[in-house]
Ligand binder design. Structure first.
Ligand code: GDP
Length: 427
């Protein structure tokens, strides 16, 4: 993946998230010098299995599991400091050495108790299906220029004023929702005071660190959370997350120039899933949905929510290839389809009698869209032991070939199981 021409690589989800980025990033991180998260917050959940231990990481890049790899949380992330330290303490308890190789951007905005309270009390957020971890309200405060950044902890008096102002805003919102709950300012200040020394010890100008590392010839992995169709600009708005999940967000959210990015790898499942409300044109019927959900263990890593499942949507992934400038794809969970008699790929949508092969911005069109499918015979045998493309059954290869030609991107990796070694394409 990394070579002299490809030193800064972005990994993004090219569907609605949960594509299995965690495992791929973990395997690639081993070959990187730096791994940087650039957006989202503790609503992301990567599951990484190492030996018999499985780690669920919400904020810390999974690169932390590899000794010597430096990890950073970029300015584009909204950081939940309590969760961060819980995560660090758990890693340390499991024998992972975190000391001196985890950095937090001093420009990253903080997720505070007021954000979680507003999230929990807002029925509008519930309708969108947010995880209730305060991410959306924290981004709202960032854009509304009311946010509190890591670097504000350096100035206790200014911090107090900022917390009070934020609480005022949150309280007004809570009153509007008809909630009787209010922000506890002294408790918030106490928490921040307690976390201050630990957090400031990690604070860095992450953009500058990454820039310098790159200049010195280091390889850098920029790790996206969620997926392209959840991007606040390019996703199925308003059923989206509050940040820029696509490769453009990697540049602003890590604090490096767009021209510093050498390659973008898109991770896709061999089928489609999404959590929460919003359109999913290729959604299975209930019976197949339940079967694939079980085969693929499609339950959220952070929330345990069952995911909705459907056929591979070529319209979605081709769109993701275009908006991210994907240089290659990693197809995960091919093994989940091993027992199906036949499999389908969506090549376009019929909307009011017209066929569209571009993903629409208008959800009304998507609601009326009927997917057009190409059917393929199933391979009905295990792919779990394949380590080269040639090891895959011919029908599985035909399926992957069609994905490549349909979405205009080469498949660099295929994942055929949860284990780290179950990947085709790692030379
Ligand atoms: P992420 O947020 O994109 O990393 O996705 P999640 O962590 O929510 O989901 C990944 C889940 O799928 C984890 O439990 C992985 O162990 C599992 N997984 C990843 N790749 C594969 C694969 O190729 N086959 C199977 N069966 N499971 C996989």
């Amino acid at each position: 993946m990394f070579d002299s021409k490809r030193r800064v690589v972005v990994v993004v989800g090219a569907q609605w998230g949960d594509e299995g980025k965690g495992k791929l990033v973990d395997v690639l991180a081993e070959r990187a010098d730096w791994v940087v998260r650039y957006q989202g917050g503790a609503n992301a959940g990567h599951t990484v299995h190492i030996g018999d231990v499985s780690f669920v990481l919400h904020q810390i890049p999974s690169g932390i599991l590899h000794p010597g790899v430096r990890c950073a949380i970029g300015n584009g992330v909204v950081l939940d400091p309590e969760t961060l330290f819980t995560e660090i303490d758990e890693l340390v308890r499991d024998g992972v050495d975190v000391e001196g190789r985890l950095y937090v951007s001093d420009r990253a905005h903080l997720v505070l108790p007021c954000h979680k309270l507003v999230d929990a009390e807002s029925s509008a957020n519930k309708a969108i299906g947010t995880t209730g971890r305060g991410i959306g309200p924290a981004y709202e405060d960032k854009v509304g220029r009311r946010g509190i950044r890591v670097l504000d902890l350096r100035h206790p008096e200014k911090l107090r004023a900022l917390v009070e102002r934020g609480a005022e805003h949150a309280d007004a919102q809570l009153a509007r929702f008809g909630s009787t709950k209010r922000v506890d300012v002294p408790a918030t200040l106490e928490t921040l005071d307690r976390l201050r020394p630990r957090l400031l010890a990690l604070a860095e100008d992450v953009g500058r660190c990454v820039h310098r590392a790159r200049e010195a010839g280091a390889s850098v992995l920029l790790e996206g959370a969620q997926g392209s169709l959840l991007d606040v600009d390019h996703g199925t708005y308003p059923f989206v997350t509050s940040s820029s999940t696509t490769s453009g967000g990697a540049s602003t959210g890590a604090g490096i120039a767009p021209t510093a990015i050498d390659a973008v790898l898109g991770v896709v499942k061999a089928y489609t899933t999404r959590v929460g409300a919003g359109p999913l044109p290729t959604e299975f019927d209930e019976e197949l949905g339940e079967r694939v959900r079980r085969l693929g263990n499609e339950y959220g890593a952070t929330t345990g929510r069952p995911r909705r499942c459907g056929w591979f949507d070529g319209v979605v992934v081709r769109y993701a290839v275009r908006i991210n400038g994907l240089s290659g794809l990693a197809v995960t969970k091919l093994d989940v389809l091993d027992t199906l008699d036949r499999v389908a790929i969506c090549t376009g949508y019929a909307v009011d009698g017209e066929v569209h092969d571009e993903f629409p911005g208008d959800l009304d069109a998507l609601d009326r869209a009927t997917p057009r499918y190409e059917w393929f015979e199933g391979w009905r045998q295990s792919t779990a032991d394949a380590r080269r493309i040639e090891d895959l059954p011919a029908p599985a290869r035909r399926y992957l070939d069609r994905i490549e030609s349909l979405v205009n991107a080469p498949i660099d990796f295929v994942s055929v199981g949860t284990r780290r070694d179950q990947i085709i394409g790692l030379a």
